[in-house]
Design a protein around this ligand. Structure first.
Ligand code: URP
Ligand code: ZN
Ligand code: ZN
Ligand code: ZN
Length: 462
Protein backbone atom coordinates (compact mmCIF):
# COMPACT_ATOMS: atom_id res chain seq x y z
CA UNK A 1 0.00 0.00 0.00
CA UNK A 2 1.35 3.42 -0.89
CA UNK A 3 -0.19 6.82 -0.37
CA UNK A 4 0.99 10.30 -1.32
CA UNK A 5 -0.49 13.19 0.64
CA UNK A 6 -0.06 16.39 -1.36
CA UNK A 7 -0.23 20.06 -0.59
CA UNK A 8 -0.45 20.10 3.22
CA UNK A 9 1.67 22.19 5.56
CA UNK A 10 3.71 19.70 7.58
CA UNK A 11 4.17 20.85 11.18
CA UNK A 12 6.84 19.84 13.68
CA UNK A 13 8.20 21.53 16.79
CA UNK A 14 10.91 23.06 14.59
CA UNK A 15 8.65 24.73 12.06
CA UNK A 16 6.20 24.27 9.22
CA UNK A 17 6.68 23.64 5.52
CA UNK A 18 4.50 22.76 2.59
CA UNK A 19 5.66 19.26 1.70
CA UNK A 20 4.23 16.15 0.09
CA UNK A 21 4.52 12.98 2.11
CA UNK A 22 4.81 9.43 0.82
CA UNK A 23 3.68 6.50 2.93
CA UNK A 24 4.58 2.92 2.04
CA UNK A 25 2.86 0.31 4.20
CA UNK A 26 3.26 1.45 7.81
CA UNK A 27 6.00 4.05 7.41
CA UNK A 28 6.74 7.51 6.07
CA UNK A 29 9.24 6.94 3.25
CA UNK A 30 9.65 10.32 1.56
CA UNK A 31 9.03 14.02 2.14
CA UNK A 32 9.52 16.59 -0.59
CA UNK A 33 8.18 19.24 -2.88
CA UNK A 34 6.13 17.93 -5.81
CA UNK A 35 6.62 14.23 -5.11
CA UNK A 36 5.78 11.91 -7.98
CA UNK A 37 2.20 10.72 -7.67
CA UNK A 38 2.99 7.11 -8.41
CA UNK A 39 1.04 5.61 -5.52
CA UNK A 40 -2.05 3.50 -4.85
CA UNK A 41 -3.80 6.56 -3.44
CA UNK A 42 -3.14 10.27 -3.85
CA UNK A 43 -4.74 12.59 -1.30
CA UNK A 44 -5.09 16.32 -1.92
CA UNK A 45 -4.66 18.05 1.45
CA UNK A 46 -4.27 21.60 0.16
CA UNK A 47 -5.18 24.14 2.81
CA UNK A 48 -4.71 21.63 5.63
CA UNK A 49 -2.03 21.02 8.23
CA UNK A 50 -0.38 17.64 8.52
CA UNK A 51 0.34 16.80 12.16
CA UNK A 52 2.03 13.73 13.62
CA UNK A 53 -0.68 11.60 15.27
CA UNK A 54 -1.58 12.95 18.68
CA UNK A 55 -0.56 10.96 21.73
CA UNK A 56 -2.55 10.99 24.96
CA UNK A 57 -0.15 10.14 27.79
CA UNK A 58 -2.80 10.01 30.52
CA UNK A 59 -5.89 7.85 30.17
CA UNK A 60 -7.79 5.54 32.47
CA UNK A 61 -9.65 3.54 29.84
CA UNK A 62 -10.73 0.92 32.34
CA UNK A 63 -10.53 2.05 35.93
CA UNK A 64 -12.29 -0.13 38.44
CA UNK A 65 -12.63 1.52 41.82
CA UNK A 66 -13.47 -1.74 43.58
CA UNK A 67 -16.56 -3.30 45.16
CA UNK A 68 -19.52 -0.97 45.76
CA UNK A 69 -18.13 1.74 43.51
CA UNK A 70 -18.03 2.34 39.77
CA UNK A 71 -16.04 1.16 36.78
CA UNK A 72 -15.41 3.63 33.97
CA UNK A 73 -18.16 4.08 31.40
CA UNK A 74 -15.66 3.67 28.57
CA UNK A 75 -13.47 0.64 28.04
CA UNK A 76 -10.49 0.23 25.72
CA UNK A 77 -12.76 -0.62 22.78
CA UNK A 78 -14.94 2.49 23.03
CA UNK A 79 -12.39 4.93 24.46
CA UNK A 80 -9.75 4.25 21.84
CA UNK A 81 -12.33 4.51 19.07
CA UNK A 82 -13.30 7.99 20.30
CA UNK A 83 -9.60 8.85 20.46
CA UNK A 84 -8.63 7.84 16.94
CA UNK A 85 -11.75 9.37 15.39
CA UNK A 86 -10.49 12.85 16.30
CA UNK A 87 -6.75 12.39 15.75
CA UNK A 88 -5.25 10.62 18.76
CA UNK A 89 -3.31 7.66 17.39
CA UNK A 90 -1.58 6.47 20.58
CA UNK A 91 -2.54 6.34 24.23
CA UNK A 92 -0.56 5.61 27.37
CA UNK A 93 -3.04 4.15 29.81
CA UNK A 94 -2.67 3.89 33.58
CA UNK A 95 -2.26 0.19 34.39
CA UNK A 96 -3.10 -0.37 38.03
CA UNK A 97 -2.33 -3.63 39.83
CA UNK A 98 -4.40 -5.00 42.68
CA UNK A 99 -2.73 -4.90 46.07
CA UNK A 100 -0.55 -7.93 46.67
CA UNK A 101 -0.27 -8.69 42.95
CA UNK A 102 2.79 -8.48 40.74
CA UNK A 103 3.38 -5.88 38.07
CA UNK A 104 3.60 -8.79 35.64
CA UNK A 105 0.02 -9.83 36.55
CA UNK A 106 -1.11 -6.29 35.92
CA UNK A 107 0.65 -6.18 32.56
CA UNK A 108 -1.09 -9.41 31.55
CA UNK A 109 -4.45 -7.97 32.60
CA UNK A 110 -3.92 -4.70 30.70
CA UNK A 111 -2.78 -6.57 27.59
CA UNK A 112 -6.01 -8.56 27.71
CA UNK A 113 -8.02 -5.32 27.97
CA UNK A 114 -6.30 -3.64 25.02
CA UNK A 115 -5.03 -6.29 22.60
CA UNK A 116 -7.30 -6.77 19.60
CA UNK A 117 -9.66 -4.10 20.94
CA UNK A 118 -7.77 -0.83 20.81
CA UNK A 119 -8.27 1.39 17.78
CA UNK A 120 -5.10 3.34 18.49
CA UNK A 121 -1.60 2.19 19.37
CA UNK A 122 -1.06 1.84 23.07
CA UNK A 123 1.19 1.24 26.01
CA UNK A 124 0.88 1.71 29.75
CA UNK A 125 2.37 3.49 32.69
CA UNK A 126 2.78 0.76 35.30
CA UNK A 127 1.39 1.88 38.66
CA UNK A 128 3.36 1.13 41.79
CA UNK A 129 0.90 1.21 44.71
CA UNK A 130 3.04 -0.54 47.36
CA UNK A 131 6.70 -1.39 47.70
CA UNK A 132 8.75 -4.46 48.54
CA UNK A 133 11.74 -6.41 47.21
CA UNK A 134 9.65 -8.39 44.70
CA UNK A 135 8.30 -5.19 43.18
CA UNK A 136 11.80 -3.67 43.08
CA UNK A 137 12.96 -6.67 41.06
CA UNK A 138 10.07 -6.21 38.64
CA UNK A 139 11.03 -2.69 37.54
CA UNK A 140 13.83 -3.86 35.19
CA UNK A 141 11.57 -6.70 34.00
CA UNK A 142 8.95 -4.14 32.98
CA UNK A 143 11.57 -2.09 31.14
CA UNK A 144 12.74 -5.22 29.30
CA UNK A 145 9.18 -5.61 28.04
CA UNK A 146 8.96 -2.03 26.79
CA UNK A 147 7.20 -0.55 29.81
CA UNK A 148 9.57 2.25 30.78
CA UNK A 149 7.22 4.58 32.64
CA UNK A 150 5.69 4.27 36.07
CA UNK A 151 2.95 5.94 38.07
CA UNK A 152 2.63 6.55 41.79
CA UNK A 153 0.13 8.36 43.99
CA UNK A 154 0.42 10.67 47.01
CA UNK A 155 -3.38 10.69 47.49
CA UNK A 156 -6.13 8.00 47.45
CA UNK A 157 -5.84 5.59 50.39
CA UNK A 158 -6.00 2.50 48.16
CA UNK A 159 -3.15 3.69 45.94
CA UNK A 160 -0.78 5.95 47.83
CA UNK A 161 2.69 5.10 49.10
CA UNK A 162 4.94 6.77 51.66
CA UNK A 163 7.76 9.17 50.85
CA UNK A 164 10.26 6.42 51.73
CA UNK A 165 8.60 4.07 49.25
CA UNK A 166 8.63 6.76 46.57
CA UNK A 167 12.34 7.30 47.22
CA UNK A 168 13.06 3.56 46.96
CA UNK A 169 11.02 3.20 43.76
CA UNK A 170 12.76 6.19 42.19
CA UNK A 171 16.15 4.54 42.77
CA UNK A 172 15.05 1.48 40.76
CA UNK A 173 13.38 3.56 38.04
CA UNK A 174 16.55 5.61 37.59
CA UNK A 175 18.55 2.44 36.85
CA UNK A 176 16.36 1.70 33.78
CA UNK A 177 16.16 5.33 32.57
CA UNK A 178 12.47 5.18 33.39
CA UNK A 179 10.01 8.05 33.63
CA UNK A 180 8.00 8.41 36.81
CA UNK A 181 4.75 10.38 37.02
CA UNK A 182 3.08 11.07 40.34
CA UNK A 183 -0.41 12.20 41.29
CA UNK A 184 0.54 15.00 43.68
CA UNK A 185 -1.93 15.83 46.44
CA UNK A 186 -1.31 15.49 50.18
CA UNK A 187 -3.60 12.53 50.91
CA UNK A 188 -3.57 12.99 54.70
CA UNK A 189 -4.71 16.59 54.41
CA UNK A 190 -7.42 15.69 51.88
CA UNK A 191 -8.76 13.05 54.29
CA UNK A 192 -8.70 15.49 57.21
CA UNK A 193 -10.52 18.22 55.31
CA UNK A 194 -13.10 15.77 53.95
CA UNK A 195 -13.83 14.50 57.49
CA UNK A 196 -14.23 18.09 58.69
CA UNK A 197 -16.65 19.03 55.92
CA UNK A 198 -18.77 15.89 56.22
CA UNK A 199 -18.96 16.33 60.02
CA UNK A 200 -20.54 19.73 59.42
CA UNK A 201 -23.08 18.18 57.05
CA UNK A 202 -21.46 19.76 53.99
CA UNK A 203 -22.00 16.98 51.47
CA UNK A 204 -22.63 18.68 48.10
CA UNK A 205 -20.28 18.60 45.08
CA UNK A 206 -19.29 22.24 45.66
CA UNK A 207 -17.29 21.19 48.75
CA UNK A 208 -15.04 18.92 46.70
CA UNK A 209 -12.58 21.67 45.65
CA UNK A 210 -12.50 23.09 49.18
CA UNK A 211 -11.14 19.81 50.53
CA UNK A 212 -8.40 19.74 47.88
CA UNK A 213 -7.14 23.35 47.87
CA UNK A 214 -4.23 24.62 45.80
CA UNK A 215 -1.65 24.27 48.57
CA UNK A 216 -2.48 20.59 49.02
CA UNK A 217 -1.23 20.04 45.46
CA UNK A 218 1.72 22.44 45.67
CA UNK A 219 2.96 20.91 48.94
CA UNK A 220 2.89 17.41 47.44
CA UNK A 221 4.73 18.59 44.33
CA UNK A 222 7.38 20.24 46.48
CA UNK A 223 7.83 17.01 48.46
CA UNK A 224 7.94 14.94 45.24
CA UNK A 225 10.57 17.20 43.70
CA UNK A 226 12.58 17.13 46.92
CA UNK A 227 12.68 13.32 46.83
CA UNK A 228 13.54 13.37 43.11
CA UNK A 229 16.39 15.80 43.79
CA UNK A 230 17.82 13.45 46.43
CA UNK A 231 17.71 10.56 43.94
CA UNK A 232 18.79 12.64 40.95
CA UNK A 233 15.85 11.51 38.83
CA UNK A 234 14.16 13.71 36.19
CA UNK A 235 10.44 13.33 36.88
CA UNK A 236 7.01 14.09 35.48
CA UNK A 237 4.20 15.86 37.31
CA UNK A 238 0.83 14.71 36.04
CA UNK A 239 -2.20 16.98 35.87
CA UNK A 240 -0.60 20.11 37.37
CA UNK A 241 -3.40 22.58 38.01
CA UNK A 242 -2.36 25.54 40.21
CA UNK A 243 -0.24 28.67 40.09
CA UNK A 244 1.36 27.72 43.42
CA UNK A 245 2.51 24.47 41.81
CA UNK A 246 4.06 26.39 38.92
CA UNK A 247 6.05 28.42 41.46
CA UNK A 248 7.34 25.17 43.01
CA UNK A 249 8.37 23.90 39.57
CA UNK A 250 10.13 27.16 38.73
CA UNK A 251 12.10 27.00 41.99
CA UNK A 252 13.18 23.40 41.28
CA UNK A 253 14.22 24.24 37.73
CA UNK A 254 16.11 27.29 38.97
CA UNK A 255 18.24 25.01 41.13
CA UNK A 256 18.96 22.85 38.10
CA UNK A 257 16.40 20.07 38.41
CA UNK A 258 14.83 18.44 35.34
CA UNK A 259 11.07 18.53 35.78
CA UNK A 260 8.44 17.61 33.19
CA UNK A 261 4.99 19.10 33.58
CA UNK A 262 1.68 17.82 32.24
CA UNK A 263 -1.57 19.70 32.42
CA UNK A 264 -5.00 18.79 31.05
CA UNK A 265 -7.67 20.60 28.99
CA UNK A 266 -10.05 20.79 31.98
CA UNK A 267 -7.59 22.95 33.93
CA UNK A 268 -7.21 25.28 30.94
CA UNK A 269 -10.86 25.55 29.89
CA UNK A 270 -13.11 24.93 32.90
CA UNK A 271 -13.10 26.61 36.30
CA UNK A 272 -14.46 25.93 39.77
CA UNK A 273 -17.72 27.82 39.15
CA UNK A 274 -19.04 24.61 37.62
CA UNK A 275 -19.25 23.11 41.12
CA UNK A 276 -21.97 25.63 41.98
CA UNK A 277 -24.36 24.32 39.31
CA UNK A 278 -27.79 23.30 40.66
CA UNK A 279 -29.35 19.82 40.64
CA UNK A 280 -26.16 17.92 41.41
CA UNK A 281 -24.81 18.96 37.97
CA UNK A 282 -21.56 19.89 39.70
CA UNK A 283 -20.85 16.17 40.07
CA UNK A 284 -20.05 16.02 36.35
CA UNK A 285 -16.95 18.09 37.06
CA UNK A 286 -15.66 16.13 40.05
CA UNK A 287 -12.09 15.18 39.33
CA UNK A 288 -8.86 15.31 41.31
CA UNK A 289 -7.19 17.69 41.40
CA UNK A 290 -10.38 19.74 41.14
CA UNK A 291 -11.13 22.50 38.64
CA UNK A 292 -9.45 25.69 39.83
CA UNK A 293 -9.98 29.44 39.70
CA UNK A 294 -9.81 31.59 36.58
CA UNK A 295 -6.53 33.00 37.99
CA UNK A 296 -5.05 29.49 37.91
CA UNK A 297 -6.32 28.99 34.37
CA UNK A 298 -4.65 32.21 33.28
CA UNK A 299 -1.39 31.20 34.97
CA UNK A 300 -1.43 27.82 33.17
CA UNK A 301 -1.97 29.49 29.79
CA UNK A 302 0.88 31.86 30.48
CA UNK A 303 3.09 28.91 31.44
CA UNK A 304 2.14 27.17 28.20
CA UNK A 305 3.02 30.22 26.15
CA UNK A 306 6.38 30.43 27.90
CA UNK A 307 7.14 26.76 27.31
CA UNK A 308 7.07 25.84 31.01
CA UNK A 309 4.53 23.07 30.48
CA UNK A 310 5.75 20.12 28.41
CA UNK A 311 2.63 18.12 27.63
CA UNK A 312 -1.16 18.27 27.55
CA UNK A 313 -2.93 14.96 28.09
CA UNK A 314 -6.47 14.31 29.26
CA UNK A 315 -6.72 12.16 32.41
CA UNK A 316 -9.68 10.62 30.57
CA UNK A 317 -11.58 8.70 33.26
CA UNK A 318 -15.32 8.80 32.68
CA UNK A 319 -18.35 7.86 34.70
CA UNK A 320 -21.98 8.26 33.68
CA UNK A 321 -23.73 11.15 35.37
CA UNK A 322 -27.11 9.50 35.78
CA UNK A 323 -26.10 6.38 37.58
CA UNK A 324 -22.42 6.43 38.48
CA UNK A 325 -21.86 10.02 39.64
CA UNK A 326 -25.10 9.72 41.65
CA UNK A 327 -23.42 7.17 43.93
CA UNK A 328 -22.23 10.28 45.76
CA UNK A 329 -25.60 12.05 45.89
CA UNK A 330 -25.39 12.49 49.68
CA UNK A 331 -21.61 12.51 50.05
CA UNK A 332 -19.33 14.25 47.56
CA UNK A 333 -16.38 12.08 48.65
CA UNK A 334 -18.16 9.06 47.12
CA UNK A 335 -18.65 10.61 43.67
CA UNK A 336 -16.36 8.65 41.31
CA UNK A 337 -13.69 11.10 40.22
CA UNK A 338 -12.76 11.85 36.65
CA UNK A 339 -14.11 13.24 33.38
CA UNK A 340 -14.30 12.19 29.75
CA UNK A 341 -11.73 13.84 27.49
CA UNK A 342 -9.77 11.57 25.16
CA UNK A 343 -11.98 12.52 22.20
CA UNK A 344 -12.00 16.30 22.55
CA UNK A 345 -8.40 17.30 23.40
CA UNK A 346 -7.15 18.13 19.88
CA UNK A 347 -10.14 20.28 18.94
CA UNK A 348 -10.28 22.04 22.32
CA UNK A 349 -6.60 22.92 22.47
CA UNK A 350 -6.48 23.95 18.82
CA UNK A 351 -9.54 26.17 19.34
CA UNK A 352 -8.52 27.75 22.65
CA UNK A 353 -4.78 27.77 22.04
CA UNK A 354 -3.86 27.94 18.35
CA UNK A 355 -6.90 29.68 16.83
CA UNK A 356 -6.68 32.42 19.48
CA UNK A 357 -2.94 32.88 18.90
CA UNK A 358 -2.01 31.90 22.48
CA UNK A 359 0.25 29.08 21.34
CA UNK A 360 1.91 28.42 18.01
CA UNK A 361 1.28 25.45 15.73
CA UNK A 362 4.77 24.24 16.64
CA UNK A 363 3.95 24.37 20.36
CA UNK A 364 0.66 22.57 19.71
CA UNK A 365 2.47 19.69 18.02
CA UNK A 366 4.97 19.50 20.86
CA UNK A 367 2.37 19.55 23.61
CA UNK A 368 0.09 16.92 22.05
CA UNK A 369 2.60 14.71 20.28
CA UNK A 370 6.35 15.21 19.95
CA UNK A 371 7.19 16.12 23.56
CA UNK A 372 5.17 13.13 24.76
CA UNK A 373 6.92 10.76 22.35
CA UNK A 374 10.34 12.01 23.49
CA UNK A 375 9.52 11.94 27.17
CA UNK A 376 8.14 8.41 27.09
CA UNK A 377 10.63 6.64 24.82
CA UNK A 378 8.59 6.53 21.60
CA UNK A 379 10.54 9.04 19.53
CA UNK A 380 11.14 9.02 16.55
CA UNK A 381 8.82 6.06 15.90
CA UNK A 382 6.01 8.35 17.08
CA UNK A 383 5.68 12.11 17.50
CA UNK A 384 7.24 13.27 14.22
CA UNK A 385 6.72 13.06 10.47
CA UNK A 386 10.07 12.00 9.08
CA UNK A 387 11.47 9.20 6.96
CA UNK A 388 11.23 5.94 8.89
CA UNK A 389 8.68 7.08 11.44
CA UNK A 390 5.31 5.39 11.77
CA UNK A 391 2.80 6.90 9.36
CA UNK A 392 0.54 8.14 12.17
CA UNK A 393 -0.80 11.28 10.56
CA UNK A 394 -3.58 13.76 11.02
CA UNK A 395 -4.82 15.86 8.10
CA UNK A 396 -6.18 18.85 9.97
CA UNK A 397 -8.67 21.22 8.37
CA UNK A 398 -8.32 24.56 10.17
CA UNK A 399 -11.59 25.84 8.65
CA UNK A 400 -13.86 23.09 9.92
CA UNK A 401 -16.14 24.18 12.74
CA UNK A 402 -18.11 22.11 15.20
CA UNK A 403 -20.00 22.01 18.46
CA UNK A 404 -19.18 19.53 21.21
CA UNK A 405 -22.17 17.60 22.46
CA UNK A 406 -22.92 14.42 24.37
CA UNK A 407 -25.49 13.58 21.69
CA UNK A 408 -22.85 13.25 18.99
CA UNK A 409 -19.73 12.16 20.87
CA UNK A 410 -18.19 8.70 20.48
CA UNK A 411 -17.08 8.46 24.10
CA UNK A 412 -19.41 5.93 25.72
CA UNK A 413 -20.62 8.23 28.50
CA UNK A 414 -23.83 10.19 29.05
CA UNK A 415 -22.37 13.70 29.23
CA UNK A 416 -19.49 15.90 28.20
CA UNK A 417 -17.97 18.62 30.37
CA UNK A 418 -17.80 20.78 27.23
CA UNK A 419 -21.47 20.69 26.13
CA UNK A 420 -22.08 23.43 23.57
CA UNK A 421 -18.42 24.44 23.22
CA UNK A 422 -17.77 25.68 19.67
CA UNK A 423 -14.66 24.32 18.00
CA UNK A 424 -12.46 25.62 15.21
CA UNK A 425 -10.42 23.07 13.27
CA UNK A 426 -10.82 19.30 13.12
CA UNK A 427 -9.19 16.14 11.85
CA UNK A 428 -10.33 15.49 8.29
CA UNK A 429 -8.40 12.22 8.01
CA UNK A 430 -6.45 10.14 10.52
CA UNK A 431 -3.87 7.51 9.54
CA UNK A 432 -2.59 4.86 11.93
CA UNK A 433 0.61 3.24 10.65
CA UNK A 434 -0.34 4.01 7.06
CA UNK A 435 -3.92 2.84 7.22
CA UNK A 436 -6.70 5.41 7.18
CA UNK A 437 -8.43 4.94 10.53
CA UNK A 438 -10.90 7.83 10.44
CA UNK A 439 -12.51 10.39 8.13
CA UNK A 440 -14.33 13.50 9.39
CA UNK A 441 -14.80 12.08 12.87
CA UNK A 442 -16.01 8.66 11.72
CA UNK A 443 -13.91 5.55 12.29
CA UNK A 444 -13.20 3.57 9.12
CA UNK A 445 -10.89 0.90 10.48
CA UNK A 446 -11.13 0.13 14.18
CA UNK A 447 -9.27 -2.21 16.51
CA UNK A 448 -6.02 -2.03 14.53
CA UNK A 449 -3.99 -0.71 17.48
CA UNK A 450 -0.73 -2.37 18.47
CA UNK A 451 1.36 -2.34 21.63
CA UNK A 452 4.23 0.17 21.39
CA UNK A 453 7.50 -1.16 22.78
CA UNK A 454 9.17 1.84 24.39
CA UNK A 455 12.82 2.54 25.19
CA UNK A 456 14.07 4.40 28.24
CA UNK A 457 13.55 8.13 28.40
CA UNK A 458 16.22 10.33 26.85
CA UNK A 459 15.80 12.71 29.82
CA UNK A 460 16.50 15.57 27.44
CA UNK A 461 13.96 18.26 28.13
CA UNK A 462 12.93 20.10 25.07
O1 URP B 1 -10.32 12.34 39.40
C1 URP B 1 -9.52 11.80 38.63
N1 URP B 1 -8.65 12.50 37.98
N2 URP B 1 -9.59 10.48 38.45
C2 URP B 1 -8.68 9.72 37.74
C3 URP B 1 -7.54 9.29 38.57
C4 URP B 1 -6.50 10.36 38.70
O2 URP B 1 -6.36 10.93 39.76
O3 URP B 1 -5.78 10.65 37.74
ZN1 ZN C 1 -4.35 11.61 39.23
ZN1 ZN D 1 -5.21 10.07 36.09
ZN1 ZN E 1 15.19 8.25 22.53
Amino acid sequence: MSIVIKGATVVSTHGQRQLDVRIVDEKVTELGVNLATTADTVVDATGCYLFPGFIDAHTHMELNNGPGTASTADNFTTGSLAAVAKGTTSVLDMATPDRGHSLQDCLTTWNSLAAGKSSCDYSYHMSIIEWNQQLAAEVPKMAAQGITSFKMYMAYDNLRTSDAEIYAAMCEIKKVHGMLGIHCENGDLVNTLQTEYLAKGLTAPKYHPMTRPNMVEAEAINRYLTIAALVGLPVNIVHLSTRESLAVVRAARARGQQVYVETCPQYLLLDDHYYDLPDFEGAKYICSPPLRSTADEAALWQALEQGEINTISTDHCDFNFHDQKFIGKDDFTKIPGGMPGVETRPELIYTAGVATGKISLEQFVGLLSENIARQFGMYPQKGVIQIGSDADLVIWDPQQQGVISAATQLQNVDYTAYEGFKTQGAARAVYLRGQQAAANGKVLAGQQGKFVFRHGSDYNLK
